[in-house]
Ligand binder design. Sequence first.
Ligand code: ADP
Ligand code: MG
Length: 455
Amino acid sequence: MTEPRDRDDIFDTSRTFAELGLAAPIARAVAELGFVHPTRIQSQLIPVALRGRDVLGQAKTGTGKTAAFGLPILHRLAQEPEAPFAALVLVPTRELAIQVTREIREWAKHTPLAAVAIYGGQPIRTQAQKLEKKPAILVGTPGRVMDMHGRGLLPYDHVRIAVLDEVDRMLDIGFRDDIRKILGALKRGPQTIFVSATISAEIEKLARSYMKDPEKIVTAAASLTVNQVTQSYLPVEPWDKRRLLLHLLKKETPPLAVVFCRTKRTVDTVAKYLSDKGIEAHAIHGDMFQNRRNKVMDELRAGNLSVLVASDLASRGLDVEDISHVINYDLPEDPEVYVHRIGRTARAGRSGVAWSFVCPDQGELLTAIEMLANVEIPRLEYQDFQPGPVPDDVRAQRELDDKRREQRAVQQNRFATTVPVVEAAAADPSRYPGGIVPIAPPEKRLGGRTKTRRR
Ligand code: ADP
Ligand code: MG
């Protein structure tokens, strides 16, 4: 059970939505969805955004950032509902574009405002038809947005509000140029609202270069992860990971687990391994056809899946109510990604569990994650699992490494004998006729040091 104190961490129970001053049709839709109190980020960000001010908002995962930018957009556009292409929301993944569009439509249902998702993988023609209707709100991934703009189907000149959801992802190296092109082409100098659960100082600086004197709102107190998620790590050797995963899924039977792997290939092999062992697991990653991706997401939302094996495609923004467990099969290389991954559970005040597999050489990475998130991730003692023997190829490799290390030690020793040569000379001058005593090994030998093995 979640303590009420923890819910107060997320919700501003001193206020109701009615007090935020949203236009009546929007307030009504929100009430129908059962939103009573705004979350803290909503309570602070919405009034500022309603005044037309630029806002940079940071709040933990699952605390309602979508509504924090979505409701002010609707409120502002509701005053002029026939204005086409008036709001542009940029998000990092197609799945998120679909989700955010769906949410905005819910909140807009008592207004004439329309929202359309623009993302890759769907036929251009389908989306062109949607754009012909001149919707007020566009939610898209940068590539397809630029494409549609280039085709003259998506004009930028009416954009009055521009949003970057997951702003740190949108401004990191992969999307940075696209965002620069899109935001740089917005002529009217729109109101900007940028949000994420993680915003580094570097990203904040870059973000500010696109904003006019933004108000910064941070509700993430102390740690970056919500208290409602119970985090722990399990030490494991790389070769035992699959068996440990299977073991955990069988023993703990999580109702709905998302298993994150580092590469698309691992996603496929892990999903297949689980299926072969009788666990119904589905995969999602960026190399799958969009149709298939959408189908998996629909099944996930319908509650028909129990294990989803995913790449970091699914690490950001996705809001699926019943994800009970997040399992980091591979630790993410970027500590910020950890915060987003485990944020797929314990949303809107619910509780959840996050387990991370940590290999013996990943201690530093785990510490980096703990430092960024500002939490201590305790070790989960899982007595019940029997680690397997060291596989032959690993043992062979280790023996080879040991041998190399020995050889290196021998070679280094040879140098060692040449260094005290001066003392040797002093002890036995007859060895160095003419009194010429080398004080260093010859050049060539220095250059010919044992090779370091670079990986
Ligand atoms: P974030 O973007 O901060 O990770 P989301 O915007 O996806 O979080 O919201 C998480 C969930 O919380 C969604 O299912 C949303 O419908 C729900 N939610 C948002 N605001 C409220 C609220 N004020 N009261 C109840 N539920 C809310
Ligand atoms: Mg979000």
